[in-house]
Ligand binder design. Sequence first.
Ligand code: DAT
Ligand code: MG
Length: 144
Amino acid sequence: MTDAQQLERTLVLVKPDGVARGLVGEVLGRIERKGYRLEAIELRMATRELLAEHYHEHRRKPFYEPLVEFMLSGPIIAVVASGDRVIEGFRSLAGATDPTAAAPGTIRGDLARDWGVGVTKNIVHGSDSRESAEREIALWFPGL
Ligand code: DAT
Ligand code: MG
């Protein structure tokens, strides 16, 4: 297998808490300093329909409705980043889902905590597999 076969794209979202707190530059800077390439960036409001597709796997979970309401609470930065093993690499930069438990040095570990609303406000989303990445990129950036 050649290195070229590991070249991937991932969908990153800076969630409404990250945008509201002025952390867009911080998140994008970490992606760039790690050496990944930014392929597309857009500031936009999500819609209920888009989030229903994006979070389809979580639709029956108890946190689904609060999660969707949170994701609709303000603008989001949607990003496509590329690089070798970027899907795994960005998940590593992001840290664990629960920001209280996320390791220091990670985006969530350094910049987020439990604000009394559980683990919902954790600043970023990153695709978790090649299949999810391609599905999510097609949702947020049709035609890219
Ligand atoms: P990740 O974003 O780390 O991939 P996930 O896909 O399991 O995590 O969940 C999607 C988002 O849903 C997550 O970023 C925050 C929210 N979430 C997950 N588990 C939760 C829980 N137990 N309570 C509240 N929100 C939760
Ligand atoms: Mg996930």
